[in-house]
Design a protein. Structure first.
Length: 276
């Protein structure tokens, strides 16, 4: 029964990643041709200090977007689980609507909203906050906004699944023992939802690390991310060897984070057990 899924992962995940890793150790010949000569040059170049600002910017943007998704997504998931009632299915459908539209359509919509003649600029002028039209494109805030817009559902759905599994009798017992709403949430609901929090953080942070469309359309050269750097190596510079080395390092970084999370989980850090 494991064979179909195993073959699928082997063909479309393991082999492509292994091919990228191998390609990163080869030499770039004339006109981007691959010369099968073993070399460490691509990885040495990828770890050059001049690329450090791009790496740090990518991590900071992805971390900020993930944190905002958690702060926005947890109350939404809590509402869907505890308060939505019969309207829950409707709200879940509304949450999934962004996945039904092309990402390019969504990005161009944000360009219109954030542009000099866009909705936000006109609104701020009407409120008297600014005196002339202003563009919010090309800023870190615009890029992070795009990341939050695209990946918020990746945070909400695991949180909703974790909150749905919490027996309501546990919360009722906390109230019976004298806990208020906030104390019951702090000591019962939130600890039990930690597996969902960790899953949401991983599912949001990982794609944010590789995103390049938000920076391409909503950002500027000052908001260049590692995803843009990798995209340019493959599609513009035709330096697939260097692009493969960069991709391998990012994958290694993410796998290390997942491995660390697994170690913490084995030690019971994220067991999600409430306080007695």
């Amino acid at each position: 029964m494991l064979a179909p899924a195993s073959l699928w992962l082997l063909a479309f995940l393991i082999l492509p990643v292994a091919s990228l890793l191998i390609l990163g150790f080869t030499h770039r010949g004339a006109f981007g041709a691959c010369e099968w000569v073993f070399t460490w040059d691509n990885f040495r170049r990828a770890m050059d200090v001049k690329y450090l600002p791009i790496m740090l910017r990518t991590v900071s943007y992805a971390g900020t977007a993930t944190l905002l998704c958690l702060l926005l997504g947890y109350p939404l998931a809590y509402f869907l689980s505890f308060q939505a009632g019969k309207r829950r299915d409707l709200f879940l459908v509304l949450l999934m609507i962004p996945f039904w539209t092309s990402c390019l359509v969504a990005l161009y919509s944000w360009i219109i909203i954030l542009g000099r003649e866009g909705l936000i600029s006109h609104l701020l002028m009407r409120l008297g906050i600014i005196s002339k039209p202003a563009s919010f494109l090309g800023t870190p805030a615009a890029v992070i906004l795009g990341l939050v817009y695209f990946y918020l559902p990746f945070m909400v759905l695991p949180l909703y699944a974790a909150l749905e599994k919490i027996p309501r009798t546990y919360v009722e017992a906390a109230h019976d023992l004298g806990a208020g709403k906030f104390e019951a949430f702090r000591k019962v609901t939130f600890p039990l939802s930690m597996p969902g929090v960790m899953a949401g953080v991983i599912l949001t942070f990982v794609p944010c690390m590789g995103d390049f469309l938000s920076a391409d359309f909503l950002g500027s050269p000052r908001t260049y991310l590692v995803g843009n750097l990798i995209q340019n190596q493959f599609l513009m510079v035709q330096d697939w060897q260097f692009g493969s080395a960069l991709t391998s390092l990012i994958v290694l970084f993410l796998i290390t984070g997942l491995w660390a999370r697994h170690i913490f989980e084995e030690q019971g850090v994220f067991e999600g057990e409430g306080e007695e």
